[in-house]
Design a protein. Structure first.
Length: 303
């Protein structure tokens, strides 16, 4: 008979206890998730049942979500233009009948997004060092900078746009300021998390050699975080292009005004044309951003 060493028995007991704790934790988290899902589903009328009138005049109960899906399909079908191979050129010309105006507004949309991203990059980059727990000069500075970033990213861009339209009038300036302020909050949060994950040894080396706080940040932290900064910034620019195409709905420039006009006059094919323009633009920007990110990462690996 082979005797099992006490250390092995202790390990098996610890492993079994840890496995039981993991199972209980998983079951507890699953139960909490199900409870939250049911509460929020009930609050949002996800399972709501309503009375509908059938074609024969009788009434029946249907799940609202399933009852509304055909209407969604009907709405999307209206946005599809009538295209024929025999008259494809004329059909496309009729579909994109305002293409000159739309392209000009698309350029305005991209410029709004670019300017807002640049301003958001600068503001978020500067505040990210104050909002990083391992880099901030003090707890007061940490608290103030984090609250400022939270306020900037919590308020929706449309709300900022309404405020700036009231202050500066309708036009691209209101859109730039609205998106830039929200971008400061979003990028500042992401940058600060990157800062907190940075290796502190280069910073300590700069500090030991007599470098100031700014020198420590400049030479100890910035070289480490630049690839992530560039990646997050390019991603945010793509997001801002989509945002700048919407905030024009409240008069902040870009394609948003065209979306509003098309919705107001029920010009369904104009909606699909505008959506297609935005889709192609975002796809191209995403492709270019990916190439730039890969190039930067490649440079960092070969440096």
């Amino acid at each position: 008979m082979t005797l099992v060493p006490p250390s092995v028995l202790a390990f098996e007991r610890d492993y079994a206890a840890q496995r039981n704790r993991s199972r209980l934790t998983f079951l507890g988290v699953t139960l909490i998730f199900l409870v939250l899902f049911l509460v929020t589903a009930n609050f949002s009328d996800f399972f709501k049942v309503s009375q509908i009138t059938l074609s024969d005049g009788s009434r029946a109960e249907r799940w609202v979500l399933l009852a509304g899906l055909p209407r969604l399909g009907e709405y999307l079908w209206k946005t599809i233009p009538a295209l024929s191979l025999d008259s494809l050129g004329a059909d496309l010309a009729s579909w994109f009948w305002r293409w000159k105006v739309w392209l000009w507004l698309l350029l305005e949309t991209i410029l709004i997004a670019f300017m807002a991203t640049v301003l958001g990059l600068v503001g978020g980059f500067l505040l990210s060092f104050l909002a990083a727990r391992n880099l901030t000069p003090g707890p007061v500075t940490l608290w103030i900078s984090r609250r400022a970033l939270e306020i900037a990213r919590t308020v929706p861009e449309l709300v900022f746009a309404l405020i700036f339209v009231f202050c500066f009038g309708a036009g691209p300036l209101a859109g730039v300021l609205a998106i830039a302020l929200h971008t400061v909050g979003s990028l500042g949060k992401l940058y600060s998390e990157v800062n907190e994950n940075a290796d502190m040894r280069p910073l300590e080396g700069v500090k030991a050699s007599g470098g100031s706080w700014f020198d420590q940040i400049r030479y100890g932290i910035v070289p480490q975080i630049m690839p992530n900064i560039i990646s997050y910034t390019l991603l945010r620019f793509e997001i801002n292009v989509r945002s700048s195409s919407i905030i024009g709905y409240v008069g902040a420039g870009g394609l948003g005004q065209e979306f509003r006009t098309a919705l107001s006059y029920q010009e369904y094919t104009d909606l699909s044309a505008l959506f297609l323009i935005i889709l192609v633009t975002v796809t191209v920007i995403d492709w270019v951003s990916e190439k730039i990110r890969h190039h930067i990462i490649g440079l960092e690996r070969t440096a």
